[in-house]
Ligand binder design. Structure first.
Ligand SMILES: Nc1ncnc2c1ncn2[C@@H]1O[C@H](COP(=O)(O)OP(=O)(O)OP(=O)(O)O)[C@@H](O)[C@H]1O
Ligand SMILES: [Mg+2]
Length: 283
């Protein structure tokens, strides 16, 4: 099932603050799109607008060509959403949590066990949600998002606060959904996550998209940040610019027999983001 997302000049202000200031996105069916930006950049606000939880002040968002303000209930069911405020009932078991959701949507009981199996939580079906580890909680939220077998997943920081192993489990689940043809719109603070998962990313800063493209493309645009890292025999590391200016210094290090290894370091998304916004992404 194909599912595209397009936005044209979306704006949203809270009081005097323009949180979103003309957002244009064009997300293909079946891609994993990552929206990156520091805290308060407006990522959750955009997800809320796309999923009909909040109205924009200006501009239009389209899902499969339909204005999101005109989507029917049945079309909304084609969204799987995970966000912080979509809470779980801590005293209820995993299965009971999903049962509430199944009732609301009129889904058959097997949708509960199917969703739990998909995220590797079958054995925890009877465990109260409040007793789950953070990683398992993240997976239970995903399970709920999967219950209506949505065409499109909106995942707001799906791995926030998770250790690398738990984050990796969630990454695998997201990638397997992509393999099933789902379109994924995720937000993240983590560059490595974006580089690993996303076909395209947008960097959001002060309400505007300041970069948009594949992670590799964006990094290539900032190739002037490429450096040479020289490891010296005395144990120290030296950084030199990857250009002619460094030639004499580099030649001297080699002639003097001081350089043990030389590597080029490519700019990563974190450095690109710093250059664009002066802010750290994870700040
Ligand atoms: N309902 C609201 N009323 C007033 N201001 C709001 C409201 N929702 C969000 N904001 C403000 O809009 C800005 C963007 O918030 P948003 O939650 O979209 O950021 P975010 O990029 O998701 O941040 P984080 O990475 O911390 O989740 C913030 O300054 C926030 O305080
Ligand atoms: Mg947010």
């Amino acid at each position: 099932m194909s599912c595209t997302i397009k936005t044209e000049r979306i704006t949203k202000a809270f009081g005097a603050r323009n949180v979103l200031d003309g957002i244009d996105l064009d997300i293909r069916s079946g891609e994993i799109f990552g929206l990156l930006g520091p805290s308060g950049a407006g990522k959750t606000t955009l997800i809320k607008i796309l999923t009909g939880q909040l109205s924009q002040d200006g501009g239009t968002a389209y899902i499969n060509g339909t204005d999101t303000r005109k989507l029917s209930g049945a079309e909304h069911r084609k969204f799987g959403i995970t966000m912080d405020n979509f809470g779980l009932y801590e005293r209820l078991s995993c299965a009971e949590n999903l049962k509430i959701f199944a009732r609301i949507y009129g889904l058959p009981n097997n949708s509960i066990s199917d969703a739990l199996a998909k995220v590797g939580l079958s054995d925890a079906a009877k465990t109260p949600a409040g007793k789950l580890s953070k990683g398992m909680t993240g997976r239970l939220k995903l399970a709920r998002a999967f219950m209506t077998d949505p065409d499109i997943l909106f995942l707001d920081e799906p791995t926030n606060g998770l250790d690398p192993v738990s984050a990796d489990e969630i990454h695998k689940i997201i990638l397997s959904e992509k393999a099933r043809g789902k379109t994924v719109f995720l937000t993240t603070h983590t560059m490595t996550e974006a580089e690993k998962l996303c076909d395209n990313i947008a960097l959001l800063s002060d309400g505007k998209i300041v970069e948009y493209g594949t992670p590799a493309e964006i990094c290539r645009r900032y190739d002037h940040q490429r450096m040479l890292k020289i490891h010296l025999y005395d144990g120290q590391d030296m950084m030199l610019p990857h250009n002619r200016d460094a030639a004499a210094a580099l030649a001297a290090l080699i002639e003097d027999g001081k350089a043990e290894t030389i590597h080029t370091t490519e700019p990563d998304l974190e450095t690109v983001f710093m250059e664009l916004t002066g802010k750290e992404l994870s700040a």
